[in-house]
Ligand binder design. Structure first.
Ligand code: TRP
Length: 463
């Protein structure tokens, strides 16, 4: 094992941007509006923010601590910290399997963003809009995702792009890439939100986003919010633990976690500000539309609002989908890296070979997920396509389960000295909330996650 040759992030800002790059992605711009739309808007968002603060932030800090303390992949890390103890190190493989599943279905949607970028470049959307039919974008979207060939090619292209960056390594690949992409993404999001707020549906969109209707809350909504919080922060499967294993000793873990969670939540809300005004501006479109929101509502809004400005109607969608590609890429890189590091360090496969194996396996499952929406749609498991099943199992069960184990591990198993050392960088920083942190880790996060699970399994019922 090349312990001394392990890569490192060179700068603190690189650390924040790479971790935020992992966190910010389709989860924020595509999944968050979908979930918020299906679960009642503002009430969901409030619960989501509580989940981020109570479960998300502490688990993220815990992942950072475990990774940096051990400088190892997620599975080896638990083994090192609890040698011979109950099988904590299984958290690693659980995360690796979940990581592969997420990578597979995520790349399908990422492939769609690639196609939409290409089509925006070819000006397809504005031309389609010209023929005057209703909901042309909805028809286009459905035809596209059920096509067996083109989405599969886009998916493959996307996975290969991810492979390319991961193969370049930590500093030259992941860090450099994130440092360019993330700032560009922020600027573009703000510009788009500015445009969206000038549309007719802005008022209704804002009400939907910020005026909670508490009668909408039930255990499903809470589980969805928790799953979304874990998914969006990239926590629960050791992804950030793996990134933290490349952090230098002077990185302030708490500050980094707060910045990453802050950036992530900000981007999710701004995405809502872009999408819901757009939805309410288009007659017949509902916020509960589901996964097609970003692909159907947005082209529509660009068309309607900028009908008189063809250049803007051309440039904005192109930029938006291109940035969606980049945001997805910084996330898939982290999923790929999680599994690559695991194979390389835990199973002593060369890094190069590990990278290829991950790419091949994810290509295989990614293609199955993609086909499951079209020609394979007759084959369902528990009534769900493979695509939906992977999303459901990972976001609603595996990530919170991983989070539960990580919280239990940190609260009850990890030596206090190590926690203190990591939180204060061996005494160099002050950390005031130690007791609160431990209380969250020991009780609040595990009990909260467990109650939500029990309720979902109908063992306990709160709703
Ligand atoms: N957080 C990313 C997003 O919002 C997706 C992601 C990247 C992820 N790495 C992860 C989700 C690890 C769960 C676990 O798009």
């Amino acid at each position: 094992m090349e312990k001394n040759n392990r890569g490192k992030f060179a700068s603190k800002i690189g650390v924040i941007l790479a971790s935020a790059g992992s966190a910010v992605g389709l989860g924020n711009i595509w999944r968050f509006p979908t979930e918020a739309g299906e679960n009642g808007g503002a009430a969901f968002i409030l619960i989501y923010i509580c989940c981020i603060i109570l479960f998300g932030l502490p688990v993220m800090i815990a992942e950072f601590m475990i990774g940096r303390q051990t400088h190892a992949d997620a599975s080896t890390a638990f083994k090192k910290l609890a040698p011979g103890k109950i099988q904590w190190h299984w958290i690693g493989p659980l995360g690796v399997v979940a990581g592969m599943m997420i990578f597979s279905f995520y790349s399908v949607v990422a492939g769609w963003t690639l196609n939409y970028t290409i089509q925006a470049g070819l000006n397809t959307f504005n031309q389609m809009a010209g023929n005057g039919r209703e909901n042309v974008f909805g028809d286009y979207f459905n035809q596209f995702i059920t096509n067996p060939v083109w989405p599969t090619l886009c998916l493959a292209a996307f996975i290969l792009l991810t492979h390319y960056v991961v193969a370049k390594g930590i500093e030259k690949g992941i860090e450099r890439f994130s440092k360019i992409m993330m700032p560009t993404l922020f600027i573009l999001l703000l510009v788009l939100a500015g445009f969206a707020l000038t549309t007719e549906g802005a008022q209704e969109g804002l009400t939907f986003l910020f005026k909670p209707d508490f009668s909408k809350i039930n255990s499903d909504v809470i589980l969805s919010a928790m799953g979304q919080a874990f998914f969006s922060l990239s926590i629960g499967l050791g992804c950030l633990c793996t990134y933290a294993s490349y952090f230098r000793p002077n990185v302030n873990l708490t500050k980094t976690a707060v910045s990453v969670a802050g950036i992530d939540t900000f981007v999710a809300i701004v995405s809502g500000l872009i999408i819901f005004p757009a939805v309410f501006s288009v007659p017949g479109m509902e916020p509960t539309e589901g996964p097609s929101l970003v692909f159907v509502a947005l082209p529509n809004i660009f068309r309607i609002v900028f009908a008189d400005y063809p250049v803007i109607a051309y440039v904005l969608p192109l930029l938006f989908y291109f940035l969606l590609v980049l945001a997805s890429l910084t996330s898939t890189i982290s999923m790929h890296e999680l599994v690559t590091a695991y194979l390389h360090e835990r199973h002593q496969i060369s890094r190069r070979k590990a990278t290829y194996i991950v790419t091949a396996v994810c290509l295989f499952f990614g293609i199955l997920c993609s086909l499951s929406l079209g020609i394979g749609s007759l084959y369902t498991i528990g009534g769900m396509s493979l695509f939906d099943l992977f999303d459901y199992l990972t976001a609603k069960w595996m990530l919170p389960l991983g989070g539960l184990f990580i919280a239990l591990f940190t609260g009850w198993q990890l030596e206090r000295r190590i926690i203190w050392e990591e939180l204060t960088n061996k005494g160099q920083l002050s950390f005031y909330g130690f007791k609160i942190f431990m209380f969250l880790m020991k009780f609040v996060a595990p009990v909260g996650i467990l109650l939500i699970f029990l309720d979902q399994l109908n063992i306990l019922s709160f709703s």
